[in-house]
Write a new protein. Sequence first.
Length: 579
Amino acid sequence: MATKPSGGRAFPTAREPAGITDSMLPLQRAYRWEKERSGAVFLTQPVRGRTRDWTWAQTMDEVRRMAAYLAAQNWPPGSRIVILSKNCAWWIMAELASWMAGHVTVPIYASLGAQSIRTLIEHCEPVCCFIGAVEDRRVATEAFPPGIPRIAFPTGNDPSAATWASIIAANAPYAASPVRAMDEVATIIYTSGTTGTPKGVLHRFASFGYFVRAQTRVVGEPTNDRFLSYLPLAHIAERALVEALAIYSGQRIFFVESAETFLEDLRRARPTIFFSVPRLYIKFQQRILEKVPQRKLDRLLRIPVVRRLVQRRILRQLGLDCNYIATSGGAPLPMATLLWFRKLGLHLVEGYGMTETGITHTPRNGLSRPGYVGDAIECAEVKISESGEVLIKSPMNMLGYYKDPEATRAAFTEDGFFRTGDLGELDPEGWLKITGRMKEQFKTSKGKYISPGRIEKLILMHPGVEACCVVGAGMPNALAILQISQQVRAGLSEPGARESLERSLLALREEVNRELDAHERLGAMVVVDEPWTIENGMLTPTMKLKRSLLEARYSASFDAWLEQRQFIVWHTRGSSAEV
């Protein structure tokens, strides 16, 4: 029996003797399916209410034509090529073409503003940029330094760029089928910037093989599977959990046209493997409970004959009735939410990884343990430092931060473990529980440290709470700043609705405080009426809280909120009102 590590001693793990073979890498897999699955549909793109399909043969024909164009530019091997677009079929084809032509891809979040995009472009110094649908209309005129050629996807709006269609029409398919070595740099993935300026993470081609290895221990070898790609492909999770696995298995990827069509697109895809972030699962839960109150749902699920019918109907409405495994990542998923979906028959599990480490923890063979993100995959070693930090060493670890050797050195221990910055615990079986972030810890005026993540997970059990940020550095007690769901906000004008919400939040505060040590207990909950979105900068492109910006936004009110000595405080556009 393995034992829990202490004093920074590594948890013993079985090593993987065979490792990753060349045949598992993405270009090699694409060439294989080009021959073996030429007539099978690989990509499905909705366009103005209709869908367009690409078979593997059609996909690779366009990839080869674009690769021929890129190769003809005679850029130095390993040059950076930016992909700036919301997820779409052309995104996948642009990456394969860039790799085939011998270059390195640099995805950039399409939700960023023009100036943030320009900063990243100037940092990575690309020779070319693919551009598709983006959020900021100023991108085409303000994001690009002079002299960078641009290629517009059909979803893009850049009149000064060459078009994808014109390049495909003007170039014959690239005849060769070049492969890239395992240790070659494949991509630079910029971190989402939750703690400051994004850093460019260098990953090699072998990482994509290990991404797949991490997932197949959960889902097995995918066959007849469908994926929905909607979380940013500029983030490592979507690259690993959707793109890498779909290319490896030759299975079908569906895309989403817009936020407004998301549910329709999800129902069309009916994915068998589904990945999302906690915020979306919470929104799904809230939407269901608006139609079927919890008491009624509990009553229906207790009736054996009815339970399966109710489960199927709800999952069918979500487009998840064919799903055999759903995963959550990017942030901790509230335990109550995970168990709630399991009661509906959705096999929902958590995993763990970072931009710098890849996906290192998954629940083996689909098994899961509530509160834990799984055990380490066979090629990864994990240990807990004296300070409680999770340290990871694996072949997926990044090669380093682009143009930042000092930060690269600081990111690793002397024996080669990456410093994740996450606080965690390992149980006797080697299963990992994430308990918070080291940088998010704060000390109250009483000299006690608090990890806000644990408290936030407890608060998010409330079905009406959409987001939560716990603060308290230098204050006598912690504060929880809450954003209630849009549906709850819309109903507050109804008679008695506000009073009912206040009572439920007071009950939640008491319940949460019972779970906490004395120094962690909340002094107040503050309900704010303004949304936290990617557009207003309060969330990262992967929908994580930007704590520093949230704290800066409300810090002037912290003392006043605590001095009111109220359990619940309403904050309306810069002013506070007591309950």
